[in-house]
Design a protein around this ligand. Structure first.
Ligand code: CAO
Length: 461
């Protein structure tokens, strides 16, 4: 019998303390290669840590609510000697994949029926509470191991709220800041119903989830219209995907908190397009689209105007200027929008970027992107050029300070001083954070981008 091997958290980018939101296996389970063992959730995404080989789980080293970093041991697995894994393993995988894709922990609990789920939840929390070591101030664990509240005492804002990981996950999905929710459970524990009640109250009072109900940083907007659409005709309800819920909350925050302005301009890409076509003919195994030229032009513009390669500090007091050139690319997937990042674009050639763009787009559409793939971006490009449109106003991807929207190129008559010439024009739309970028700087930045795209030799300057 082979000795059990340690399975560790792989490279998840520059993240420490990433919460384990779901443990998908238990000792004794048969697992097959690539089957998810645990689910981690950073601010950007959720990802599963997969089994590196077929085998049997001997020990699980983490619990829901633990926080982990690269290299942390997740489980001990004894590698199976038979190749290919057995049918049980495959069935387990199918079940766990389904669970991971379709049912966050919180929803699992709710599906059991409110009472049973609530009792299960209470029992689990109680058991874990008894087993948990005495918490210390430096502890990095979260969830049920957090300090219990005195009997009967409700949560006071500012204190660490006490809620199970399932309830926390549920609150996160709804964009609710759990520290704002009062707990009605035993010892002041926050229950799923408390979160639901908070959202209902927030909606009724005009505030949105994630803001203090009826005040705080709430925008004091009218309540969301409540309409019985079925009264007007046939309808069908569809749940939003997990990506849509996460990106939706981010987009709403960025739209509400960043004073956006969008600057439009056109680049003459007639010569660039001729070169692109030539490059495509010479390298038929690589798809070279206008986007890779935009990435290179973006690097040149960021070098020329460094305040666009920057982020505001959390307190809004400082600008953090970046000396690297990592560019986020908005990718449309059936589940929603994701923004993987291509790193060190200044050091890569057009063909290398084209290959990488193809790889990350595929990875995004195959739902294989992890937090590391989506972090560290300096500025984003959202290209709808392959689809159509003349202009649009993209939303800045905080904490970046600008985003470039690209629409479809078109032939247009351009006056050359003596006559009109047919030129291929590419519409550019730069949305920027007006707290950081002045309108004149944005106009110069986009004009420079257009100049580089009009004469690619400028990339070398
Ligand atoms: N003008 C004219 N044609 C364009 C173009 C433009 N600006 N940009 C791309 N095209 C062409 C390409 O050359 C390609 O043509 P062929 O099929 O003849 O080779 C075709 O349109 C399709 O391109 P593509 O979309 O597959 O490739 P891309 O490199 O341009 O974009 C990717 C890749 C992943 C960014 C894109 O597929 C995508 O997902 N875009 C949507 C992004 C999005 O949803 N943004 C909105 C976010 S909300 O702010």
């Amino acid at each position: 019998m082979a000795a059990a091997k340690e399975v560790k958290v792989p490279d998840i980018g520059n993240f420490d303390g990433v919460p384990v939101i779901e443990v998908l296996v238990a000792p004794g389970d048969t697992v097959s290669k690539d089957q998810g063992l645990v689910t981690l959730e950073s601010d950007k995404a959720t990802m599963e840590v997969p089994a590196p080989f077929d085998g049997t789980v001997k020990e699980v080293k983490v619990s829901e609510g633990d926080e982990v970093a690269e290299g942390a041991v997740i489980a001990l697995i004894e590698e199976s000697t038979s190749a290919g894994g057995d049918e049980t393993g495959k069935a387990d995988k199918a079940a766990s994949d389904k669970g991971a894709e379709e049912k966050p922990a919180a929803e699992d609990a709710s599906d059991k029926g409110d009472d049973t789920a609530k009792q299960d939840d209470e029992r689990k929390a109680d058991a874990q509470e008894k087993e948990a070591p005495a918490p210390t101030p430096s502890t990095t664990r979260r969830g049920p191991e957090e300090p219990p509240v005195e009997p009967g005492k409700l949560h006071v804002p500012g204190e660490v709220p006490y809620a199970s990981p399932a309830v926390r996950a549920f609150a996160r999905e709804l964009g609710v800041d759990i520290s704002q929710v009062d707990g009605s459970g035993r010892k002041g524990r926050i229950t799923r119903e408390d979160v639901q009640g908070y959202v209902k109250h927030a909606l009724a009072s005009g505030a949105r989830p994630g803001t203090a109900a009826g005040g705080g940083n709430g925008l004091n907007l009218l309540p969301w219209p409540k309409v019985d659409f079925a009264k007007f005709g046939e309808i069908e309800e569809q749940s939003l995907s997990r990506i849509k819920k996460i990106s939706g909350a981010n987009l709403a925050r960025n739209w509400a908190m960043i004073p956006h302005v969008t600057q439009h301009d056109d680049a003459d890409i007639t010569d660039m397009e001729a070169f692109r076509k030539q490059l495509g003919k010479e390298n038929q195994d690589v798809k070279v689209t206008p986007l890779v030229f935009l990435i290179k032009a973006m690097v040149a513009a960021l070098k020329q105007y460094p305040q666009f390669n920057a982020s505001l500090s959390e307190d809004g007091e400082k600008l953090i200027l970046k000396k690297y050139f990592h560019i986020g690319i908005a990718v449309d997937t059936p589940d929603g929008l994701v923004v993987p990042v291509i790193r060190d674009c200044d050091k890569k050639g057009l063909l290398e970027l084209a290959v990488e763009l193809g790889e990350i787009s595929k990875k995004a559409r195959d739902k294989k992107l992890g937090p590391a793939d989506m972090s560290g971006g300096c500025i984003s490009i959202s290209s709808l050029g392959g689809i159509g449109g003349t202009k649009f106003t993209p939303i800045v991807n905080a904490p970046e300070v600008a985003i470039l929207g690209v629409s479809r190129s078109r032939m247009a008559p351009v006056w050359d001083g003596g006559q009109f010439q047919p030129r291929l024009m590419l519409p550019l739309s730069l949305s920027y954070d007006h707290r950081v970028i002045d309108g004149a700087a944005a106009a110069r930045f986009v004009a420079y981008l257009a100049k580089v795209l009009g004469d690619l030799r400028r990339i070398l300057v």
